[in-house]
Design a protein around this ligand. Structure first.
Ligand code: SF4
Ligand code: SF4
Ligand code: FES
Length: 534
């Protein structure tokens, strides 16, 4: 692989790559605002300026400038090398680039910072981006000057509603055009543009339009400053209180990689942020997925029930034993869930084997809308995982038909949102015994003779297989809510209660059998924000 030198260090690159991309691939950050690895190059912010040394025997391109000389109290003529934007300049073999080691570059960065902040309101204390804002970070790293401008800054529109999800603050906007390029290039809806020139320039929505569709949240995430914020997260939390768990969106079979940000003080999930994965979702998530973090608290089953009434989990287990004791294993139906983890489904398959169950089904949500960007019609996060564990598992409709005809009278199920809640419940009520381990309310939970509260994806480590077949790990964010425990633990207890010795006792046992490593640990949001990473 060819290489070039950046601050004296050899950096490999692929032909056609820009300096900033080659550096970024090696984990080296060249300061930038308008550049984003998932978008085209605009080269308008000038924060990424670097010094490129001339090839041997050639002279550097120099610029004549005037510089302030305090001793003479006047401007004096000077010469300085012409700096180049690293986001636009393609690398060539043997090129020598100076970034952090060039005094000219350091001065340019400081000047760009001062220029971008000339008319900025510096309303960081009430800005939702505070703590993950590139203007703040780069001012600390490359600015640290005393403000020289004494004039009233230019005032521009504030708190402009761009549509149902996004609010725009023109005074905080540095007109990097990332939002415009995202809507044009990724969402394929060029609804944003810029108007005016210079310091009165601002971003606008096309006349007669709103910023809407299924990819509006992403403009907030590509915005490097606090100019675009979501109505969903606005004024809700300060990011320095949050922690981010490496999670997987549960909204559909695409399985977008995400940070699940939560406040450990209140055990509360606050938002999703996209997590980069070139093979799955690149840098993006859809709006449906972005708001699906709410399922961490909405519709949760947090207490056990027996006969429809609240009960301690141990009492509910006793009731399950009573209902299933003496029932031949072969006549107990096993119902897996395309919405729960590979580990939990594996435990139910194992329990079925211990009992001698012969019929396995799987429950899944009905198909929904899709697009050609990310969104899949399959609204289940683990359909492929269930098929991997139980290729012969029959569909939900077959299970319901068996229940309806009376051929199935006993079942153990992992809870899942099913296609037709009301209709499904009417049929499920015909069962003599239905033991359900569920994280969320559904037809299964409301028809359950015994309901055991399972932790959701947000409260446990788990693996989900997306439609491409990638086994993706989601790590635990918040602590289990109410009496909930990981489904595989309740299933082990159920196996014991029914007189069998489970081959698993805890999550680690199942992970080892499935050969999935445990997800890494939760990280503080601040050093790992999406905006800092890109
Ligand atoms: S709103 Fe944000 S992303 Fe859009 S141009 Fe302004 S600073 Fe850039
Ligand atoms: S495409 Fe699917 S997995 Fe990705 S964010 Fe949207 S709902 Fe979630
Ligand atoms: S990042 Fe290169 S000019 Fe903006």
């Amino acid at each position: 692989m060819p290489t070039f030198k950046l601050d004296g260090k050899e950096i490999p690159f692929t032909p056609g790559q820009t300096i900033i991309t080659a550096a970024w691939k090696q984990g080296i950050d060249i300061p930038h605002y308008c550049w984003h690895p998932g978008l085209s190059v605009a080269a308008n912010c000038r924060m990424c300026l670097v010094e490129i040394l001339p090839p041997p025997n050639q002279r550097a391109v120099m610029l004549d400038v005037l510089e302030w000389d305090a001793s003479k109290n006047d401007y004096v003529p000077q010469r300085k090398p012409k700096l180049q934007p690293a986001c636009q300049m393609a690398v060539t073999e043997g090129m020598e680039v100076r970034s952090d080691t060039s005094d000219h570059v350091k001065k340019a960065r400081k000047d760009v910072q001062e220029f971008l902040l000339l008319n900025h309101p510096v309303d960081c204390p009430i800005c939702d981006q505070a703590g993950e804002c590139k203007l703040q970070d780069y001012w600390l790293e490359h600015g640290q000057y005393q403000k020289r401008m004494r004039d009233e800054p230019v005032h521009k529109p504030k708190a402009v509603s761009f549509g149902p999800t996004i609010v725009y603050d023109a005074e905080r906007c540095i007109v990097c055009t990332r939002c415009i390029r995202f809507m044009d290039e990724v969402a394929k809806d060029p609804v944003l543009d810029q108007r005016e020139r210079g310091n009165i320039k601002e971003i606008v929505v096309a006349p007669g339009r709103q910023l809407e569709g299924n990819y509006t949240f992403m403009v907030d995430h590509v915005c490097p400053v606090g100019a675009l914020t979501t109505k969903d997260f606005r004024f809700k939390a300060r990011v320095w209180f949050l922690r981010g768990a490496q999670s997987i969106c549960q909204g559909c079979a695409t399985g977008c990689n995400a940070w699940l940000d939560f406040d450990p003080r209140y055990n509360k999930v606050e938002r999703y942020r996209p997590r980069e994965n070139e093979a799955v979702n690149k840098f993006w998530m859809c709006d449906q997925g972005m708001v699906s973090y709410r399922a961490a608290h909405e519709g949760r089953v947090v207490d056990a029930r027996a006969g429809g009434k609240a009960a301690a989990p141990v009492k509910a287990l006793e009731k399950a034993k009573k209902l299933l004791d003496g029932v031949p294993g072969a006549s107990i139906a096993i119902v897996l869930s395309a919405q729960m983890s590979l580990e939990d489904n594996w435990a139910l398959v194992e329990l079925g084997k211990l009992l001698g169950a012969t019929s396995t089904f799987f429950a899944r949500a009905a198909d929904g809308d899709s697009d050609n960007i990310l969104l899949s019609a399959d609204k289940n996060s683990n359909t492929a995982g269930v098929k991997l564990l139980a290729p012969d598992a029959k569909p939900w409709a077959d299970f319901l038909a068996g229940v309806d005809s009376g051929s199935i009278r006993h079942a153990i199920a992992l809870g899942a949102i099913t296609p037709d809640t009301e209709g499904d419940k009417t049929k499920l009520d015909k069962l003599e015994a239905l033991v359900v381990v569920a994280s969320h309310e559904s037809a299964l939970s409301s028809a359950a003779s015994v309901l055991l509260p399972a932790t959701s994806w947000a409260e446990q480590n788990g693996t989900y297989v997306n439609k491409q077949g990638h086994k993706q790990k989601a790590e635990k964010a918040i602590e289990p809510q109410g009496a909930s425990r990981q489904a595989l633990l309740f299933l082990a207890d159920l196996a014991t209660a029914l007189g069998h010795e489970p081959t698993w006792k805890k999550y680690k046992d199942v992970a080892a059998k499935l050969e999935v490593s445990e997800p890494s640990t939760v990280q503080a949001v601040l050093p790992t924000t999406a905006t800092q990473a890109v």
